[in-house]
Design a binder for this molecule. Sequence first.
Ligand code: FAD
Length: 491
Amino acid sequence: MDTDILICGAGAAGLTLAVDLARRHIPFVLIDQAATPFAGSRGKGIQPRTLEIFEALDVADRMIAAGGRYPAQRHYAADGGYRDEATVAATAATPTEPYGEPLMLPQHLTESMLRTRLAELGHVPRYGHTLSGFEQDDGGVTARVTTADGEVDVRARYLVGADGGRSFVRKALDIGFPGESLNARAVVADLALTGLTREVWHRWGSGAKQISLCPLQGTDLFQLQMPVPLNGQVDLSDAGLAAVIAERSGRTDIVVQAVHWCSDYAMSARLADRYRVGRVFIAGDAAHVHPPTGGQGLNTSVQDAWNLGWKLAAVLRGADDALLDTYEEERREIAADMLGMSTRLLDAARQRGDLRRGREQQQLDLGYPASSLSLDERGDDAPLRAGYRAPDAPCVGAGGQAVRMFSLLRSGDWIMLRYEPATAPVIAPRAGLRIVTVGEHAELRDHHGHLRDAYGFAAGDIALVRPDGYLAVLTHDEQSPALTACVEKLI
Ligand SMILES: Cc1cc2nc3c(=O)[nH]c(=O)nc-3n(C[C@H](O)[C@H](O)[C@H](O)COP(=O)(O)OP(=O)(O)OC[C@H]3O[C@@H](n4cnc5c(N)ncnc54)[C@H](O)[C@@H]3O)c2cc1C
């Protein structure tokens, strides 16, 4: 079987990459060794930046309709009294940031909606297909895939290992995965139960004896989370979980009716030494693992895929291969910071029971200002720098209809914004680049000044926005060699 891209692993990272490639009409094959899709709640928090990406992939509204808000946490005292505390930062949507708070949606529902979108684009993951070996040469990768009917060879131009924390691809490439075990082990389970209200996230105890039951939006279930001793067997039977809930909560009125999914995991923080070896990449948990505190894993995995997808598509269509090196350059540093942050949050949760999540976890301030793709020719005092996330901005088309900056980005193309230019465009039209002129008599009108304020635009400014919604070039000069070089080499 021949294809352009073989994606190994149909979790959050693999599915996001598949949807992005499908909408770009890039041939790919998506395989997963599991017989059926993953069925647990695990990563239940979708951060605002990830919602923006899911909007670009046309799945955000469905996810928001299916999920819900994070409820307050109710901390019970030994005498049965309690205090309620907000756990996530929630602000109203603004013109630049349309999603003000994380969405709660169990991971299996997030993945199911990505599969639905994939089906609409004409693709399905191939379950029961295990990547069992591969070799690469100058022209591509030859992979062996084991199925119930035997072994098949897949020849692809590139292979992406989105195959989770125990990644076969990472190990086969002999990529180091240094880090540390965090001496923490926990159980997470999805339970049908009676005896608790669904308005709050219930939490009892502290330290090693704490337990929490969170109503899972989009389902009738509760997600149980609790630390367990590092060593020894944990009784994960229905009766065993019911007994530990009674013991740690002191409540006998909570009745477990069914355990839908359950997992027992040891926490560690590790980062792959490399994200690319030749024609093979790793993404998501295959490249970084960390504690679930802060709800960053699924989000970072989705954003790895989002960074890689457009670059693979561009290189397959003739862009400079060096573009693919910027994947590791940009994403590894983000993961290194995220590992530090989720480990600090784990310590705060262990020592002070502090579970609050704020702006830092929303991932809206992440960007790539140090990337070799970011070229800034404006002054240092500009509010926005090359490499930053391109803010949303509600504008109006010449026909009077509402047009948002984010609706332009849905095309998957590069967007060049020319703000009140004095001359006609000098960059010639080309596939993959959309040149949009903003002005009183132009195609896009910034009547309320949202673009001007968010981008710090003055008349004659140019912003070149990457397909993944980050600013590549900011300049006053449309004939700037840096701008021309970027367009010539990358688009
Ligand atoms: C308790 C818990 C709570 C969490 N909470 C959050 C949260 O609130 N927010 C958040 O962002 N993240 C959270 N996470 C993390 C999140 O679940 C992961 O980061 C996310 O699943 C990573 O996605 P992925 O696609 O990289 O990998 P996975 O989801 O692990 O998918 C990898 C896929 O690869 C397949 N595979 C493996 N080997 C092969 C092979 N050889 N051939 C073919 N297929 C293969 C597997 O079957 C699997 O389907 C949590 C995790 C846990 C355990």
